[in-house]
Write a protein that binds this ligand. Structure first.
Ligand code: ZN
Length: 280
């Protein structure tokens, strides 16, 4: 952040050429006096600027006059009416493929997304980003999510990594998505089982956690690369259990907002995520 030039009203006035109206200039000794006289004022203005900076970073509402900025530096959502569920990957993009069951992430994510949608209908307006096996670019998913106000975005995925890793994981980036991410991760951990049942929250700036104008999280419902967890995910009853818990967490967030989800994380100013950033 370029604090100095923007916040310091004297930044452009302290050049050696102190010009007066009528194109007169200060004699050099007056210029020095002027500078000496201005120093306390300058210090004061820098203090004010620093204070404003600290306040804007600390306030959960964000620093803009509207209380809302593009980085999502605001408390989490409450009383939202619309839930957008994004099934990860699709079409030419299979996502992860389980070596033990042969199942593809794109199919399992869509199945789980539909189960979450079914569990929420009636209480919310539910929008599926895709309802069949089609490919949608990530930036296009952001554009579509931004068409809806009073909404949240949940992107459903299954994970892949070293075969010993297992357990659900939730990705978030923004302050306004932390409470929701906490609830959803706890919900998935309850559905999961075993010693390594939760891998917790991961704060990562990717396109679907940074770029939408609405609170947004990305769920990894478990590792397809782990034979035990992959066999679990292959069971429709397990995916239903996962979906039911996720839907319940969304309902709780709508009713209670961030209450009980712990302190908000520090805001981080960062540019939108681009295709050249880490894959999701
Ligand atoms: Zn994925």
């Amino acid at each position: 952040m370029n604090l100095g030039n923007r916040a310091n009203p004297f930044a452009g006035d302290l050049s050696p050429q102190l010009r007066l109206p009528g194109n007169r200039t200060f004699p050099k000794r007056f210029a020095l006096h002027y500078l000496a006289a201005m120093t306390p004022l300058l210090n004061f203005s820098l203090c004010l600027a620093a204070a404003a900076f600290v306040v804007s970073c600390a306030a959960p509402q964000g620093g803009s006059s509207s209380g809302r900025d593009v980085y999502g530096h605001r408390p989490g959502p409450k009383n939202f009416q619309t839930v957008i569920i994004d099934a990860g990957h699709g079409g030419k993009d299979s996502g992860a493929v389980s070596r033990s069951t042969g199942q593809k992430e794109k199919d399992l994510a869509l199945d789980t997304a539909k189960r979450i949608a079914a569990a929420l209908r009636g209480d919310f307006k539910v929008i599926l980003m895709r309802s069949d096996d089609t490919f949608i670019d990530l930036d296009e998913r952001v554009v579509r999510a931004n068409r809806h106000g009073g909404a949240i975005l949940i992107s459903m995925h299954y994970n892949s990594g070293p075969s010993y890793l297992r357990g659900p994981e939730t990705y978030y980036w923004r302050v306004d998505s932390h409470g929701l991410a906490t609830r959803l991760q706890n919900a998935m951990a309850q559905a999961s089982s075993g010693e390594y049942s939760s891998r917790g929250l991961v704060r990562r700036r990717i396109r679907l956690t940074r770029n939408p104008e609405i609170p947004c999280v990305l769920l990894e419902g478990g590792y397809l690369s782990n034979p035990v967890e992959s066999a679990l995910i292959a069971q429709p009853a397990y995916r239903q259990k996962l979906a039911t818990k996720i839907a319940s967490a969304i309902r709780t967030q709508a009713a209670q907002g961030d209450a009980g989800t712990g302190p908000l994380p520090r805001p981080i100013n960062a540019p939108p995520s681009r295709p050249t950033d880490a894959a999701e």
